[in-house]
Write a protein of this length. Structure first.
Length: 105
């Protein structure tokens, strides 16, 4: 059986539109994406099945509507972990252009 390569997908969310794919790569490029995410304190969510789906989306494209709920749950969890959940909810009401990124592998 052939081993599936390690891969990573980075998402960006600006609070106005659906999250979009900003980076993706396999093996060494995946390692670089993950390293940059860690250095920038960007939350990393491990979900191979979701990553397989996101890996099919072209760079710069928004995630499809079918993934909104799962991505929203991941973003909400990432904001809670970072302690920004309350700030994020407050900012949505006053400044809907806040941005964040999440990486997936």
């Amino acid at each position: 059986m052939r081993e599936i390569p390690r891969f990573a997908i980075a998402l960006e969310y600006d609070g106005k539109q659906a999250p979009r794919v900003t980076a993706r790569g396999h093996d060494e490029i995946a390692n670089q994406i993950l390293r940059l995410a860690q250095e920038a304190n960007v939350p990393i969510h491990l979900d191979r099945d979701l990553a397989l789906v996101l890996d099919q989306i072209d760079l710069g494209d928004h995630v499809p509507e079918a993934l909104y709920v799962v991505i929203a749950e991941i973003l909400a969890f990432a904001y809670q972990l970072s302690g920004k959940h309350k700030d994020f909810m407050d900012d949505i009401e006053t400044h809907p252009a806040q941005s964040s990124q999440a990486a997936e592998i």
